[in-house]
Design a protein around this ligand. Structure first.
Ligand code: INI
Length: 172
């Protein structure tokens, strides 16, 4: 199975205890919150995220997918799901593609801020899988195209973060 597209170079170097979350999905409960806006892209992100989670050992019964109208709606739903305490991590997916107005800046900025705030407020890892691109083509390349699938990457980030937090709570 292919690892994350972000690197792990140099992690083993240097002194001290190395703390790393595994990518093992067994026993974890993960939710996906996905925006329907630009569905031709976000459906690919969701597909990639779900396939990744299952292939890393997550049980289908421990996976839920919530669809919301657009990326702007993702943070609130992710926050409320995080507050339930049922989920070890939440994968946030959307595609904000620049148009001719300033709308892009507001939607992308508030979505990113909202997801980060919700994650820190609840202590639940919320992986940021919201594409913010200047063109449709750039989005296609990142949703199962030649530059990979950011849905898969976000799913792996969710697994690793959830497992690292478990490790830390056990005082390793
Ligand atoms: N939502 C997106 O997820 N992507 C976009 O590119 C987008 N644009 O460009 O408008 C978008 N807008 C909708 C927004 O997320 C909200 O659903 C809407 O404003 C209602 O609150």
């Amino acid at each position: 199975m292919k690892g994350p597209s972000f690197g792990d170079e140099g992690e083993e170097d240097g002194p001290g205890t190395r703390l790393k979350g595994s990518l093992d999905g067994h026993g974890l409960r993960v939710a996906v919150v996905a925006a329907r806006f630009n569905f031709f892209i976000t459906s690919k992100l969701v597909e990639g995220a779900c396939e990744t989670l299952i292939s890393y050992g997550l049980e289908e019964n421990d996976l839920a997918v919530a669809w919301v109208p657009g990326s702007f709606e993702v943070p609130l739903v992710a926050l409320e799901m995080a507050k339930t305490g049922k989920w070890d991590a939440i994968v946030c997916l959307g595609a904000v593609i620049r148009g001719e107005t300033a709308h892009f800046d507001y939607v992308s900025g508030e979505t990113a801020r909202g997801i980060a705030d919700a994650s820190r407020e609840t202590g639940v890892p919320l992986a940021f899988g919201i594409l913010t691109t200047y063109t449709e083509e750039q989005a296609v390349e990142r949703a199962g195209g030649k530059l990979g699938n950011r849905g898969c990457d976000a799913a792996l980030a969710a697994l690793e973060s959830a497992n690292l937090l478990r490790l830390l709570s056990n005082k390793f």
